[in-house]
Structures are given as C-alpha cells and as structure tokens.
Design a protein around this ligand. Sequence first.
Ligand code: SAM
Length: 249
Amino acid sequence: MDGFDASTYGESFADTYDRWYGDLPGLEDTVAATARLAEGRPVLELGCGTGRLCLPLAGRGVVVHGLDSSDAMLQRLVEKDPTASVVVHRADMSAFDLPGAPAFGLAFLAFNSLFNLPSAEAQAGCFASVARHLAAEGRFALECVVPGDPPSRVKDAVDLHSIGVDRVVLRVSRQNPADQTVTGQHVEITEAGIRLRPWFLRYATLAELDAMADAAGFALEHRWADWAGTPFGGDAVTHVSVYRLGTSG
Ligand SMILES: C[S@@+](CC[C@H](N)C(=O)[O-])C[C@H]1O[C@@H](n2cnc3c(N)ncnc32)[C@H](O)[C@@H]1O
C-alpha cells in the first residue's frame, strides 16, 4: 500500500486500540505463559502497542521492555504506566539495536504482530535482531494465525467490525495470495464523517517461520494452539510457537 510504513498501523489505531481490543480473551493465559517462559529473566515484548500485555506482565514483578514503532501507541502505554514499570523503546522490529538493554530471557510477539512486517525479509530480520538481544538459551515466542487454504483466502471482503447508535465500522480487505499479503482498511462512519484506519499484513506459514527461526539459530521448543498450552492439532486456527536459542545441538 503506497505511503504505508512501519508506524502507519499504530498511528492509525492508537486512539481506539484499547476500546476495540482491550478485552480480547486470553490475557491471563498470555501473561502467565510469558512469565513462565522467561524463567525470572527480563522480557522484551515486540509490537507492545498500548501495553495490553506488557503492563500486566510487569505488574507480576517481571522486568519488561516494550518495543514499538509508533509514538502514538507508546504514548498511550506511558500514560497508563505512572510508575514506568515498562522500559519503552521506539524502534522498527525488523532491524533493531537496543544498546544498554539487558540480555532477555524471552522476547515475544503476540496477536499476529509479526505479520505487521510487510515481507519475508523483514520477518527474518526480526528473528535475527531478536537472537542478538537474547541471553544464552533465550526464547522467542510468537502467536500467529495459521494461514488457511488458498481458495478461502483469495477473496476480497467487507465485514461488519462493529455497529452502534452513532457509528458503524466496516473492515474492508483485499487478499493478495501471490505475495501472502492482505491490504485492509477499517472504515469508521459517523455523522461527523468517515475515518480510515489502514492496515497491511504479510502472513507466513509454519514452515516459513521454522526456517526463519533456524536461520537465526533457534530450534522449536513448543508449538501450542494458544497461550494456555492447548496441544496444536490440524484444526487449530492459531499457534503459539516457542523457539529457543542454541539448543539444536
Ligand atoms: C496488533 S498490535 C498489537 C499490540 C499488542 N502487542 C497487543 O497484543 O495488544 C501491533 C503493534 O505492532 C506495532 N508495529 C507494527 N509494525 C511495527 C514495526 N515494524 N516495528 C515495531 N512495531 C510495529 C504497531 O504499532 C502495534 O502497536
């Protein structure tokens, strides 16, 4: 999408993010799993947004750093964190360097946020950057949707996102199966006018993710259907993949 860059999503959604996504299910499971996987070591959340996940994680006493490319998202996080319990970094997760940061025991990317990176190269760059910031045998955990079969993914779509007495929000998307991307807009219509919130995703298969992990020095440690650790089966629509550094022998 012309004009779409690393901060466009965050800048477009920051004002409404917590209203629309603040109550997503699975928060407790995510926080419990990430705390457990960190094994007492510092944690880095990539694409941390408004702090939906990293703030409650820090509330458990875990040392947490949050990285995001959007000033507007990070501003919301900081406003919700009067004690500065999360150390924030504004950076592009496809290639980052955090001088002075601790060696992290866990880095994680939830809610499909790896797919915010627009190409396989950018996603592979994220794995490589994460590897450089982890402690020995550190982990990288990803929560992503499992891409469906191509025929169900080739349609353009207009879905109802939400409706109220004073507004309707439509989700308009175009599938580009050749490059595994989806171009979209959330279109919010009110009597005052129309607000566009653009988004762009590049989805990756499990095999691609495992290859990116391998190239960056990780081996797959766990693959679950969710953060609660539900076994991953053929019908799972999401996966949580946990990779570990330097354990492939
Ligand atoms: C779907 S939101 C997820 C926010 C948070 N992790 C959560 O689960 O609520 C994706 C986040 O990734 C950030 N993001 C998108 N592209 C990025 C990039 N290239 N580098 C760093 N952050 C990025 C966005 O600004 C946004 O805050």
